[in-house]
Ligand binder design. Structure first.
Ligand SMILES: [Zn+2]
Length: 376
């Protein structure tokens, strides 16, 4: 993010601070000095703000370390006046992962709150004795009690289902297990923007500038992320299932078919590569155009399929990535068709023709791709 500078690094993640954050620190220090006329109290208030942001930082580390464990790289964590931001290299693909990552942040605050309350209590303060930044700087006990309250607020506020806040991400993750990711994002974005409008009005009427800022952040964040998800779904790698010829469209032969019958299929059909399936529906061989050509010009033309079929051949899963795996396997095997197998059963066939159609489709998609309206 522009205007940020690095202050440290832990667990392989850079921690950055946006310059406006320093403005916030100076501003609150100044307010405290004006209210109390004491430089010591002003410093205590500044310490309190720094303590608050350590809690925000730990919250972001909760998200980041969970994401790292699930295989997602973290670019950096940036501290802004309105909170922290952990930037991930990619968005979690699985809805369950998104829910875990989103919950990990508030969970850190749930753990921290009682710790601060306990420290405050040991230092002789009751949990809710501090009502604001300035009174929280009255004593060490109130200082820690206030941080306890701050952590309760951080947990509760972040769990409001206003996407892209944590609660909104949880909502999206839960919705995405029931519907597609695009629709889940659209719904949670709409809910998030609804909350943003409420926050905006409430902040404006109550004169709470911070709430107004957060409302603007949520509103545009929700719209921007919805667009990113839409783009990702559009460009998502096709799977073998997306383009393969289905089982119904794939002609199969049995081991006991004669070569003459196969030749008949070749002449009257569209296929030159045949999966060989036994009476139990199991895939037991492949009869490719190579075997058919070779047999046609040899005494093999009087034999049965089981005598000339190949029994060594690759298969592929319907969920395999089309370009990364399907195309590669076709090239490496030198075959023009590969049986697609799921749970040991033939579900279709992937051919070179399917691949060339998919490549065309991919090129068209690339042409249609437009830049997202919000750069992030
Ligand atoms: Zn969070």
């Amino acid at each position: 993010m522009g205007g940020s500078f690095k202050i440290g690094r832990a667990f392989g993640i850079d921690v950055k601070v946006h310059w406006t954050f320093l403005l916030l620190v100076v501003f609150f220090g100044f307010l405290a000095y004006q209210a109390t006329g004491s430089a010591g109290r002003a410093l205590a208030v500044i310490g309190l703000i720094l303590g608050l942001f350590v809690c925000v930082l730990l919250h972001e580390y909760g998200h980041s370390l969970t994401a790292q464990r699930l295989g997602i790289e973290i670019n950096d964590i940036t501290l802004l006046p309105i909170g922290g931001l952990a930037r991930m290299k990619s968005l979690p693909e699985r809805p369950a992962d998104e829910v875990k990552i989103a919950l990990a942040g508030p969970l850190v605050n749930v753990v921290l709150a009682p710790v601060f309350f306990a420290v405050g209590h040991l230092l002789g303060a009751s949990p809710f004795s501090a009502t604001g930044f300035v009174s929280a700087a009255d004593s060490a006990g109130q200082f820690f009690s206030f941080l306890g309250v701050v952590n309760v607020l951080l947990a509760v506020f972040n769990l409001i289902p206003a996407f892209p806040m944590d609660g909104g991400r949880v909502l999206r993750g839960l919705l995405a297990t029931r519907m597609g990711p695009v629709r889940a994002t659209d719904i949670s974005s709409a809910v998030g923007q609804g909350f943003a409008l409420l926050f905006f009005l409430y902040g404006l009427l109550g004169g709470n500038l911070l709430l107004v800022l957060i409302a603007v952040f949520i509103f545009f964040g929700a719209g921007g992320e919805a667009e990113i998800v839409r783009q990702r779904e559009l460009m998502r790698g096709l799977t073998v299932r997306d383009v393969m010829g289905t089982r119904r469209r794939t002609e199969t032969v049995t081991p006991w078919h004669t070569f003459g019958q196969v030749l008949d299929s070749v002449i009257h059909g569209y296929q030159m590569d045949f999966p060989v399936v036994d009476e139990d529906g199991r895939l037991v061989g492949m009869l490719t155009r190579n075997e058919i050509m070779a047999a046609a010009h040899s005494p093999d033309r009087f034999s049965e399929v089981r005598q000339i079929m190949r029994t060594e051949f690759p298969t592929i899963s319907p969920e395999a990535d089309l370009f990364a795996e399907g195309q590669k396997l076709l090239q490496e095997s030198g075959l023009r068709a590969i049986p697609v197998v799921e749970d040991g059963e033939l579900v279709g066939m992937l051919t070179l023709e399917d691949m060339s159609q998919a490549s065309l489709l991919r090129d068209i998609r690339k042409l249609q791709q437009r830049p997202a309206p919000w750069g992030r």
